[in-house]
Design a protein around this ligand. Structure first.
Ligand SMILES: Cc1cc2nc3c(=O)[nH]c(=O)nc-3n(C[C@H](O)[C@H](O)[C@H](O)COP(=O)(O)OP(=O)(O)OC[C@H]3O[C@@H](n4cnc5c(N)ncnc54)[C@H](O)[C@@H]3O)c2cc1C
Length: 608
């Protein structure tokens, strides 16, 4: 008798964040049977932590906005490495997806005349982020969850998928996993799978990401034969908490700067002016007077303005490098960060606009942000790279396998703009659900799964519990963190990358013999044994891709190649599995249609 239960669905969605929920709702709306699997509780996915907002050119606050400007901002932010078709679909469909959320019950902040309020964010030309204070992710999840449970979706909570299964025809046939509480096994038989598992943040020691971010989606896809792209582009958010140590890395939302927060070093210098790229200087306020006028207008509700943005609203990669440089050159704050100050504004406004930040600092650091500055520093925040997908359907190279949200690559190029992830989730969550449903509807029966593959999946999961020799998973995780932070961090160079990759080879061997004590009941060490394999795939992919890109672009900064190289701007870095080896290659960007090139030209002329 088999020691696993079996469930059957037309479509299985792995991940119940914004992307997964939206995909599941869409697939269910086509009349299919949908299973939604998540390794935390429903409603607790990482999306719930999102703060600042959803980027969508609604033009409710600034009528000059439109999808064309959003598209252009996204491409400029991504240093033109984005999949243009994804960026176009995203910019065009984000507003209707926001309206859809509103119809399903989301209550966004409002302008005085009752329209959806939008706030400024780094790299966005106009005020564009639809938000609910600094708790936008909560509203998004609450709304989608509510809609989802009324759509007839079967939800499997606290269930981790450890392997994807294919049939003899090499197409998706199912997924195997276990329930976290007691380790009992479950097999999903299905026609199509949507991966929506989020990012890879836990491969770095300082991160804003939740415990769920163990690179499961990208690693499952890689193991099944899908390509990963642009894994060198790791976004370090400039503002994470730096003190106390227990909360180091926790996000300080960009909304603080969007609402007028000022960055200063220990000498009180507002240093961001020194770091604005020459080509983009015209986009930003020329001096403190102009920057303060922008804030003044925002505060007084005179929302339409021709003032240029304060320098603090430069893109994330740029601000993160600036802070890192200030600290390493000795101008950092007491705990190796810099100061971020919003306390010059009325305390009631700060509490209204940034309630979570107020409580986060008060409760965790005993700092009242209405009375003094916060201390902040860079934290690993987002993975721009991920599973390569078709822009229109979200299908990967593997038949029947789809991906959306942070685990998918292409949309954000070399650097993601704030707010563009939540919009990515709803736009491509919807598209992936539609794509998977269309694919599944064309199959007449569930593909077959061989019993030997299931046996292998079980043996792999149980091995760490039965070994008598091998290292503890926490020791191995610490080694990996040392490698990623010292060799694959904000600034990179060949010697470090090569050293890191050599160390990763040893680490991978050690992970093969990882060992833990106890049983399967409530055993986090056992979960980590499995996570390590996925984290190592992500870390190696980051290192190999970073080594292969011999230029600096967006979030990828090479000390030995500090300039951007025009030629390398025409290719993505691709990773694929070749037996036991990870193969890196370059693939040309798809050709952009002339009318979209024209859209970019205006900006390029001024910012070439
Ligand atoms: C603090 C913070 C604030 C942010 N604020 C913003 C913002 O304001 N605007 C913005 O655009 N972006 C923001 N981001 C980024 C954004 O929140 C994320 O990129 C986005 O929520 C990812 O959503 P997702 O649906 O791809 O994945 P998630 O929401 O992370 O969902 C992943 C799901 O996959 C499940 N899962 C993972 N692995 C497995 C497995 N093996 N088996 C089963 N289930 C699995 C998880 O349990 C979870 O349900 C923020 C990020 C952070 C960290």
């Amino acid at each position: 008798m088999s020691n696993y239960e079996t469930k059957e669905h037309d479509v299985v969605v792995i991940g119940a964040g914004g992307a997964g929920l939206r995909a599941a709702i869409e697939a269910a709306s086509k009349g299919l049977s949908v299973g939604l699997v998540c390794k935390s509780l429903l409603g607790k996915a990482h999306t719930v932590m999102a703060e600042g907002g959803i980027a969508a050119a609604m033009a409710t606050v600034d009528s000059r906005d439109g999808w064309q400007t959003h598209f252009r901002d996204t491409m400029i932010g991504g240093k033109y490495l984005n999949n243009w078709r994804m960026a176009q679909i995203h910019a065009m469909e984000a507003p209707e997806c926001v309206i859809e959320l509103e119809r399903w019950g989301a209550v966004f902040d409002r302008t005085d005349d009752g329209k959806i309020l939008q706030r400024a964010f780094g790299g966005h030309t106009y005020k564009r982020l639809v938000h609910v204070g600094d708790r936008t992710g909560l509203e998004l999840i609450r709304t989608l969850q509510d809609k989802g449970v009324h759509s007839g979706i079967d939800v499997y909570m606290e269930c981790t998928i450890s392997r994807l299964l294919k049939d003899d025809d090499d197409k998706i046939a199912g997924a195997f996993g276990y329930f976290r509480e007691d380790g009992r096994y479950i097999l999903f038989r299905t026609k199509a799978i949507v991966l929506a598992t989020g990012g890879v943040g836990r491969s770095f020691p300082v991160t804003s990401n939740s415990w769920e971010y163990t690179a499961d989606g990208s690693s499952l896809a890689y193991a099944s034969g899908a390509d990963l792209i642009d894994m060198e582009f790791v976004q370090f958010h400039p503002t994470g908490m730096v003190w106390p140590p227990g909360v180091r890395g926790l996000l300080v939302t960009e909304a603080v700067r969007g609402e007028g927060g000022r960055l200063t070093n220990k000498n009180g210098e507002r240093f961001m002016w020194k770091y604005l790229p020459e080509a983009l200087k015209d986009d930003y306020a020329a001096d403190v007077k102009e920057a303060d006028a922008w804030v003044h207008d925002t505060l007084s509700g005179k929302l339409k303005t021709d003032y240029r943005r304060p320098p603090e609203l430069s893109t994330r990669d740029n601000v993160a490098r600036a802070i890192y440089t200030e600290v390493t050159q000795g101008r950092g704050s007491e705990h190796d960060g810099v100061y971020l100050d919003i306390s010059y504004q009325p305390s009631s406004r700060v509490k209204k606009k940034l309630p979570s930040m107020y409580h986060q600092f008060k409760d965790l650091a005993d700092v009242d942000i209405t009375r003094g500055p916060m201390e902040v520093g860079p934290t690993m925040h987002y993975m721009m790279g991920g599973i390569r997908v078709d822009a229109d359907t979200a299908e990967t190279k593997v038949k029947g396998l789809f991906a959306a949200g942070e685990c998918a690559g292409g949309m954000h190029g070399a650097n993601r703009l704030g707010g563009n992830s939540l919009s990515d989730l709803i736009v491509f969550g919807r598209r992936s659900g539609r794509g998977a449903a269309a694919y599944a509807s064309n199959l007449t029966s569930l593909p077959k799964i061989s019993e030997s593959e299931i046996k292998e999946a079980i043996e792999e999961l149980e091995a760490p519990l039965t070994r008598t020799e091998g290292l503890n998973p926490y020791q191995l995780q610490q080694r990996m963190h040392e490698i990623t932070s010292t060799c694959f961090g904000i600034f990179r160079q060949e010697a470090d990358l090569k050293k890191g990759l050599d160390l990763m080879e040893d680490l991978k061997e050690q992970i093969k013999t990882v060992r833990c004590s106890g049983g399967k009941l409530y055993n986090p060490a056992w979960h980590l044994c499995r996570d390590l394999k996925n984290l190592a795939i992500a870390a190696e992919a980051i290192g190999r891709s970073a080594l292969s890109r011999k230029e600096s672009r967006g979030a990828h900064s090479r000390l030995d190649f500090p300039d951007t190289d025009e030629d390398q701007g025409h290719e993505n870095t691709s990773i694929k599995k070749d037996g036991d080896r990870m193969q890196v290659s370059k693939t040309p960007l798809p050709e952009m249609p002339a009318e979209l090139k024209d859209l970019l030209k205006k900006k390029e002329a001024t910012h070439a």
